[in-house]
Design a protein around this ligand. Structure first.
Ligand code: NCD
Length: 311
């Protein structure tokens, strides 16, 4: 069945079928020489992307900007509402409505869960969710998937430990359904307070026959898995500093932990890191997180090209 991503939104990972994700990963592969600057492209010449970051971002924002510009398009946007009329009280609806008239696609990150869907309903052009509160962050999940396939050659049957704040990690909430769909073997490792939301797993157990294996300590699975994906404790999602302090530092990947890992085990991290990933790990062959961060460019190039109908 021929599907097209032209003019579609990407708010939730559930918006895309498996075929559509496969297509995106394959276009991302073709984008590599352009992403590295070895080949010039004018695929999106004349197109304008808006990047609206109501929450801080480094990788997501800059890799979207790099992706658009590598394809010959241009970018406008803000990374702080102080620089927009929202600081004068203009509401969300009017802001999106007006910007939609200036550009061909919108990337939005916002602290409120559901805000990206709202923006997609307001805008006529494609809207891409770059993180809505603790809800979803589908493009991070796509680049994680792309990274695993690139590094391991496949996704089905790959043993992946998801370590850390699974409860609040929006990129995991997009990633988990996709991994289930592609047949990866998942190990959830977290303190009790940071376990995955039950509603998320219940659906996947039914739909994809996902077997849920939950652990408290990474040492229980480190010798078994092919990939460890970790994330910092999502401080901004806690009700108070005291709640956060109770849990911070409860998991860490360092050289001691890695002594027990398989030689070809890779570590992924969406970054930024706080204290859960020791810098000494950077110099080991396990560290794949800087390659992962780079992969955000070809993956977001593919997404922009497909949504804007250039591929
Ligand atoms: C993710 C985030 O901020 O939600 N990071 C990112 O976008 N670079 C966190 C993560 O996926 O590790």
């Amino acid at each position: 069945m021929a599907t097209t991503l032209r003019n579609r939104d990407l708010v939730s990972m559930k918006d895309f079928t498996r075929e559509e994700i496969e297509r995106l990963l394959s276009v991302a592969g073709e984008m590599e020489p352009i992403a590295r600057g070895e080949k010039l492209s004018r695929l999106l010449e004349g197109k304008i992307l808006a990047t609206l970051f109501f929450e801080p971002s480094t990788r997501t924002q800059f890799s979207f900007q790099a992706a658009m510009q590598r394809l010959g398009g241009s970018v406008i946007g803000f990374s702080d509402i102080k620089g927009s009329s929202m600081s004068k009280g203009e509401d969300f609806h009017d802001t999106i409505k007006v910007i939609d008239g200036y550009v061909d696609a919108i990337v939005i990150r916002h602290p409120r869960a559901g805000s990206a869907r709202e923006a997609a309903d307001i805008a006529g052009h494609p809207v891409i969710n770059a993180g809505d509160g603790a809800n979803e962050h589908p493009t991070q999940a796509l680049l994680d998937l792309y990274t695993i396939r690139k590094e391991k050659g496949r996704i089905a049957g790959v043993k992946i430990a998801l370590l850390g704040d699974i409860r609040h990690a929006r990129s995991y909430h997009s990633f988990i359904p996709m991994l289930a769909m592609f047949g990866a073997e998942l190990y959830f490792v977290s303190p009790k307070e940071l376990e995955p939301p039950e509603s998320l797993l219940a659906d996947l157990m039914k739909e994809f026959n996902l077997k849920v294996k939950q652990y408290r300590d990474i040492m229980d699975v480190i010798g078994e898995v092919d990939v460890v994906r970790l994330i910092r404790v999502q401080k901004e999602r806690f009700a108070s500093e005291a709640e956060y302090n109770k849990i911070r530092g409860s998991y860490v990947i360092n050289l001691d932990v890695l002594k027990h890992a398989r030689r070809d085990m890779i570590i992924l991290h969406g970054l930024p890191r706080i204290d859960e990933l020791d810098r000494a790990v950077d110099d080991t062959p396990h560290a794949a997180y800087f390659r992962q961060a780079y992969n955000g460019v070809p993956v977001r190039m593919a997404l922009l090209a497909l949504l804007l109908g250039a591929r």
